[in-house]
Design a binder for this molecule. Structure first.
Ligand SMILES: [Zn+2]
Length: 268
């Protein structure tokens, strides 16, 4: 089911990881950002788009993690863009002849059999420095920044003040540092990423994270502040005061504490 969050911008949320898919409507069809996880979800999305008379004319993956680079044949064959670095990371992943096994191993067991992998990770690179998604709809600015994953990009739909934040600014996940970087670099990178998002916060009325729930008005600044405080606490070796972790997290999300513990371990 699609829910409108701003004029011409709709979202669909997956149950398991609360992945949020974003649909931006343009004159010729829809831009689809981080399409979701399971075959059922893709079919539901395709049906909803058909009802709206909006074929998918472009896709975008905010970053090269499995839960953001899925696709299904029911969504059509539009180009699926990503930053140059994002596309390079996926090309490298797909160059391994065992990529399908590796991708399948990354899937949560609850949905493992329900995730179509045939079109996994086929991202079309936008040249480094590309400022807007090349499509016929409203201007969608690409804000590439360090932090979380190589080539991570947030999107700013200026006309309606929507920030699509990828795996930053979640209200369910603590900031997840880029594992592939050295420890100090990963902390510094994440802080730079948050600074880049803060630089556009004045233009944001609605923040849509890759996981969790949509935030409005001042919430974008509150989430940036909370993420920054978490990263500072990690860096400084102190226990973060953060509602996303601890004994009172929402039932079913206790494993976010494990993400936190793993990051503490790696930074030690
Ligand atoms: Zn994710």
């Amino acid at each position: 089911m699609l829910t409108q969050v701003a004029e011409g911008v709709l979202v669909h949320r997956s149950e398991l990881l609360r992945n949020i898919t974003v649909v931006v409507l343009g004159a010729d069809g829809a831009l689809l950002v981080d399409p979701g996880l399971t075959g059922d979800e893709f079919a539901c999305l395709a049906d909803d788009l058909a009802v709206l008379g909006a074929p998918v004319v472009a896709g975008f993956a905010t970053h090269p993690d499995w839960d953001h680079v899925l696709w299904d044949v029911v969504l059509g064959s539009a180009p699926r863009y990503g930053t140059d670095r994002c596309a390079a990371a996926m090309r490298e992943f797909l160059s391994d002849r065992d990529w399908q096994t590796r991708a399948a191993e990354a899937l949560p067991p609850e949905i493992a059999g329900e995730v179509p992998l045939d079109l996994f990770g086929r991202i079309t690179a936008l040249p480094a420095g590309t400022e807007r998604i090349p499509w016929g709809g409203p201007v969608v600015r690409i804000i590439e920044h360090p932090g979380h994953a190589p080539g991570h990009a947030a999107l700013l739909i200026e006309e309606c003040g929507v920030l699509v934040a990828g795996d930053m600014l979640s209200d369910v996940f603590v900031p997840m540092l880029d594992d592939d970087r050295g420890d100090n670099d990963a902390v510094a990178d994440h802080l730079v990423g948050l600074d880049r998002l803060e630089a556009v916060a004045g233009a944001v009325d609605v923040v849509v994270p890759g996981h969790g729930s949509v935030g409005r008005a001042d919430e974008v600044r509150a989430r940036i502040a909370l993420d920054r405080a978490y990263v500072h606490a990690l860096r400084d070796g102190v226990v973060p005061d953060d509602p996303r972790i601890g004994p009172s997290v929402e039932p079913g999300w206790e494993w976010v504490n494990d993400i936190h513990a793993g990051q503490v371990q790696r930074l030690r």
